[in-house]
Design a protein around this ligand. Sequence first.
Ligand code: DAH
Length: 337
Amino acid sequence: MLQELEEYWESFQEEIQKASTLSDWNYLKGKYVGKKSRWGEFLAKLKELSPEEKRVWGKKINQLKKEMEELLEERYQELLSTEEKSEVDITLPGKKGWSGSFHPVLLTRDWILTIFQSLGFRVEEGPEIETEFYNFEALNIPPDHPARDDQDSFYLAPGYLLRTHTSPAQIRVMEKLKPPFKVVVPGKCYRRDAFDATHSPMFHQIEGLVVARDISMGDLKGTLETFVRRFFGEERKIRFRPGYFPFTEPSAEVDVSCGVCGGKGCRSCGYSGWLEILGAGLVHPQVFTHAGYDSQDVRGFAFGLGVERITMLKFGIKDIRWFWENDVQFLEQFNIF
Ligand code: DAH
């Protein structure tokens, strides 16, 4: 009896030390304290003994069994912590890593810039805090123009405001560079507009400016047509409508044919077949003069587009406020890289 118990105990100790995974452990638990264990057999053998021996051996058996259970528990905890750290179950389905995405407005901005860069434009920047001179005067916007109204601008101090468009960068670029040049200037703009489906007090624009000796409306049209086809698709057309901007002459409002109906007219284009995408024109001689150029000597074209608006047209986004809500389900749809 004693020898058998001793052997049982020793083999248990040996095996439990060797157990290196939880499934080894499970097997040993069954073998030494579960249904397959030999304790029942040992207890049955007690019947053959004298009452005095029964008491001694009974106690011994119970004690050993209890010790085994304790050791098993101890080993279980050790294995659990090492398995958690190291064992990779390659049969589990993979977990997809979380990754952020570019905001649709910035995605569109960079895409537009890339197209213009491929046409030889360089990217410049201008300050968000502007003076009245750069934001208005130099651009031929007289003091009584509605855009100067307090309603439309965020003034920081007399003479200083948050730029209401990227056009002041035209003047800064002309002061810095010598013609000929082609630039695009992306940036944030601010207006005292109420938040609604198509307006937000902060928005993005991209300004374009080309200055050389000999520039015509044909150059403007060809450039914008190339841009529109690359950005919206080869099948899209553009059209120029007469427009008015104080800093261009002539000025045009530029439309792109509706991508939903192909120009026939449908609900998305207000049954006109066209969608307005930007303002443009030939640089007004007064603007050249304000920038310190000889207006007899140079010609240029300029354009300005709203990045939110273009993004909405491109992706069929119905409300500008969605750009600001930071709804992950909305933003995740643009995780396209
Ligand atoms: N600055 C104008 C706006 O914010 C947009 C614009 C129109 C820019 C015509 C231009 C242009 O450069 O030629 O509404």
